[in-house]
Write a protein that binds this ligand. Structure first.
Ligand code: CA
Ligand code: CA
Length: 128
């Protein structure tokens, strides 16, 4: 990073800190959150992933097409075993998700707690 822009950032940040301690605390919290995410580049975030591959801007029909690709056995649901290979459906040769990531993914999407992700749940997850 060029040292000039770093200096500008520092001096413009100082008066702010004196005038709005509350705002500064909030900014520090936000920075802390970003740091956490940077420190764990391998942990899977569906939100980030769907933004990255443009899922969030797809139409419901296109999202359903993606769902059908993920639902390899055509059961109408994405089961935990299919979630494991989620990344590989998008990126050939990608890693599999860990058990913890699958469970986290599942519990985030599974609104009716039947242990699998239906197409409606998938849609809600993508669009949330
Ligand atoms: Ca399935
Ligand atoms: Ca479900």
């Amino acid at each position: 990073m060029p040292s000039r822009s770093a200096k500008v950032g520092l001096t413009s940040g100082l008066p702010d800190r004196e005038r709005e301690p509350e705002g500064q605390r909030m900014r520090e919290r936000m920075r802390g959150k970003q740091r956490e995410e940077r420190d764990a580049p391998d942990s899977f975030s569906f939100k980030k992933f769907s933004q990255l591959c443009g899922l969030t801007s797809k139409s419901p029909k296109e999202v359903k097409d993606v769902f059908q690709i993920l639902d390899e056995d055509n059961s109408g649901f994405i089961e935990e075993s299919e979630l494991k290979f989620f990344l590989q459906r998008f990126v050939p040769g990608a890693r599999t998700l860990t058990d913890a990531e699958c469970k986290g993914f599942l519990s985030a999407a599974d609104d009716d707690n039947d242990g699998k992700i239906g197409v409606e749940e998938f849609l809600i997850m993508v669009q949330s």
